[in-house]
Design a protein around this ligand. Structure first.
Ligand code: UDP
Length: 319
């Protein structure tokens, strides 16, 4: 039985759907602060904050073989203004979770880390051994979560896989799940709000970056491919393997302008774009090397075309 924290959120819900398809038994713990109960694919659901001491009861009630940990605050901008909230939810929450695991004798955890652990990259594509110098409290707390697990491994034998995602995007093929952040800050959902009639234009944050068209380049990875990676990482730990860190991306960079162009093509809408100032803290280019995940986990992303990623998001919002 797998406990998924944050299983009502965007990547968590897709991962639970995937785990159910693979025949796993799933328990979701989520405080529904940003997630949605109608996105929960699980055999058991607990509306619970992972910092709540009742979490231990969940471990006592169910034979939990491993944990996939998504429950965390994840907005870069908010983290700059409210670091205290990020340290509390992300670090205190993770500490409580790991202590519950320890008390219950649950040894394996897969967890969602981020490309934000690298900060401004020193080279492209980014490899896992590259320097980690986060430029915001969000990335800082995720990196601290990784380090906490490393020390728990040394002291107590906890085994973990940290998955550093690049830009998660897309939606489930059956359109039952998709990206629903409030407020929305991510590029693809914001672009699609224009043809949906919910905004007049898309803002481009900076056109003076040292990139081919001056806009930021990112590595967009389909949420279904991320879900598969969590399952593979869980199997990897179950086989008794050592703790590891993996990047998850496609290895292809697309600029903001290219993403808008693809969305125009998919939606047949002109999607007006307006140039605005840079958003503080945005690196010019973030592209992953995911060779390590391919080699060690056998991960092979299947939905790598940006057009398919945007189409799936569009189908979700249109349903
Ligand atoms: N972006 C933009 N306009 C928007 C939202 C985002 O130009 O309305 C840019 C943002 O500056 C970044 C890229 O799109 O370069 C991806 O941003 P997002 O927030 O989706 O992901 P991030 O890379 O910050 O995790």
């Amino acid at each position: 039985m797998i406990l998924v924290t944050g299983g009502a959120g965007y990547i968590g819900s897709h991962t639970c759907q995937y785990l159910k398809e693979m025949g796993e038994e799933v328990i979701v713990v989520d405080n529904l602060s940003t997630g949605f109960q109608d996105s929960v694919y699980a055999d058991h659901f607990y509306d619970l904050d992972i910092r709540d001491e009742k979490l231990q009861k969940v471990f006592e009630r169910h034979p939990i073989d491993g944990v996939i940990h998504f429950a965390a605050s994840s907005l870069v901008g908010v983290s700059m203004e409210q670091p205290s909230v990020y340290y509390d939810n992300n670090l205190v929450g993770t500490l409580r979770l790991l202590d519950c695991m320890r008390a219950a004798g649950t040894e394996n955890i897969v967890f969602s880390s981020t490309a934000a652990t690298y900060g401004e990259p020193k080279r492209i594509p980014i490899e896992e051994s590259d320097p980690t110098e986060p430029t915001n409290p969000y990335g800082e707390t995720k990196l601290a979560m990784e380090k906490m697990m490393r020390w728990f491994d040394k002291a107590y034998g906890l085994k973990y896989v940290a998955l550093r995602y690049f830009n998660a995007a897309g939606a489930s093929k059956d359109t039952s799940l998709g990206e629903r952040h409030n407020p929305e800050t991510h590029l693809i959902p914001l672009i699609l709000q224009v043809p949906l009639g919910r905004r007049q234009h898309i803002s481009i944050f900076g056109e003076d970056y040292p990139t081919p068209d001056g806009t930021c380049v990112r590595d967009y990875i389909h949420v279904i491919d991320l879900a598969q990676a969590h399952y593979l990482a869980y199997q990897y730990l179950k086989a008794g393997s050592e703790s590891e860190v993996f990047n998850l991306g496609n290895g292809n960079g697309y600029s903001v302008r290219q993403v808008i162009e693809v969305a125009r093509d998919v939606t047949h809408h002109p999607i007006p774009a307006v140039s605005e100032a840079r958003r503080p803290g945005d690196p010019a280019v973030l592209v992953a090397s995911s060779q390590k995940a391919r080699d060690i986990l056998g991960w092979a992303p299947k939905h790598t075309q940006l057009k398919e990623i945007v189409e799936d998001a569009w189908n979700f919002y249109n349903k």
